[in-house]
Design a protein. Structure first.
Ligand code: SF4
Ligand code: SF4
Length: 310
């Protein structure tokens, strides 16, 4: 699956700041709060390798490790000196089409604001017939209140003429926050409860995202929304007939996307590995790889209803 956006979106931004501008006595709360360990600051050393002992003392180097930053924004409000900015970007439809044409991509996730469909239409039209190479199109959007269903219907009517595969609505209950505590999942479950009950929503599976964590399945069960429905490999080979055979209220919850929470539980293993072995690929440390897989399976197992080996 590849992810694209049709306009500015929290998932498509990176934090940035110039560490040379940071006051020398800053206690670096940005570094502490970052859940992805994407901020690394060190005191600058002289060319001889010693810490400066003049007015350069304490000057910082390093900053945001762009490839690790996932745009959660938590570093921004904690900076007492307002030094952190965000750089947003929009994926180019032509570059995405080129990727789809190579037939190595099964699924496309489109992040949209849910507030208008102008940019969504423009992206969808820009992708042209390359959409036909896909097995799944997921549209990710936040709860925008009363207009949510009408916007979903508007987006579906834009997609429908060229949609020949499964489609899924990814409900971004509370963006990138599942790792902050048990209660974060309430908004994603509440969003799912509302949409599952809406008979006027368009065709497509519902998937929870944003605020999802280890308590999400329990939250869904409490509302009678957790059930499984098998989709056979034969159905996958012929997505069109499967789409045609599903009623709009079948299999109300098609999946759960664990973003920030998965990053947190697997991140603990990665940090332990890095403390022992330094910066290395997890595939080179089988013990840590299997520990990370066990953490991931503990999440997926509750959704797929299988026991996780201890
Ligand atoms: S935006 Fe989030 S992930 Fe990126 S540097 Fe700031 S706290 Fe870290
Ligand atoms: S909190 Fe702000 S001033 Fe302090 S180190 Fe981080 S970016 Fe620099």
């Amino acid at each position: 699956m590849i992810s694209v956006n049709d306009d500015e979106d929290l998932h498509f931004r990176k934090a940035e700041f110039d560490p040379a501008d940071c006051p020398q006595d800053c206690s670096r709360p940005c570094e502490i709060v970052c859940p992805a360990n994407a901020i690394s600051l060190e005191e600058e050393k002289s060319s001889a390798g010693h810490l400066w002992n003049n007015n350069e003392e304490g000057k910082k180097q390093g900053g945001v490790l762009t490839e690790r930053c996932y745009g959660c924004g938590r570093c921004i409000p904690v900076c007492p000196y307002d030094k952190i900015r965000v750089h947003t970007y929009v994926r180019d439809a032509a570059a995405t089409s080129e990727l789809l044409r190579r037939e190595e991509i099964d699924a496309l996730e489109i992040h949209t604001s849910g507030r208008q469909t102008l940019h969504f239409r423009s992206l969808w039209e820009g992708l042209g017939d390359t959409i036909h190479h896909l097995r799944l199109v997921a549209v990710s959007f936040p709860d925008v209140g009363d207009s949510t269903i009408s916007t979903m219907n508007a987006m579906y009517s834009i997609m429908e003429p060229r949609l020949r595969c499964f489609n899924l609505w990814q409900l971004d209950g509370r963006p990138m926050s599942g790792d902050i505590g048990r209660g974060a999942t309430r908004e994603s479950v509440a969003f799912a409860v509302r949409l599952a009950a809406a008979s006027d929503r368009p065709r497509g599976f519902l998937q929870l995202a944003g605020g999802t964590n280890a308590h999400t399945v329990a939250g869904l069960k409490k509302h009678g929304l957790f059930q499984t429905k098998s989709v056979s490999e034969e159905n996958f080979k012929d997505g069109q007939s499967m789409v045609g055979s599903l009623g709009p209220l079948d299999a109300p919850i098609g999946g759960i996307a664990y973003g920030g929470y998965a990053r947190k539980v697997v991140g603990r293993i990665l940090s332990a590995m890095q403390s022992q072995h330094g910066l290395t690929c997890i595939e080179e440390s089988p013990d840590y790889l299997f520990k990370a897989l066990a953490e991931a399976l503990a999440l997926v197992g509750t959704v797929k209803c299988y026991d996780v080996p201890s």
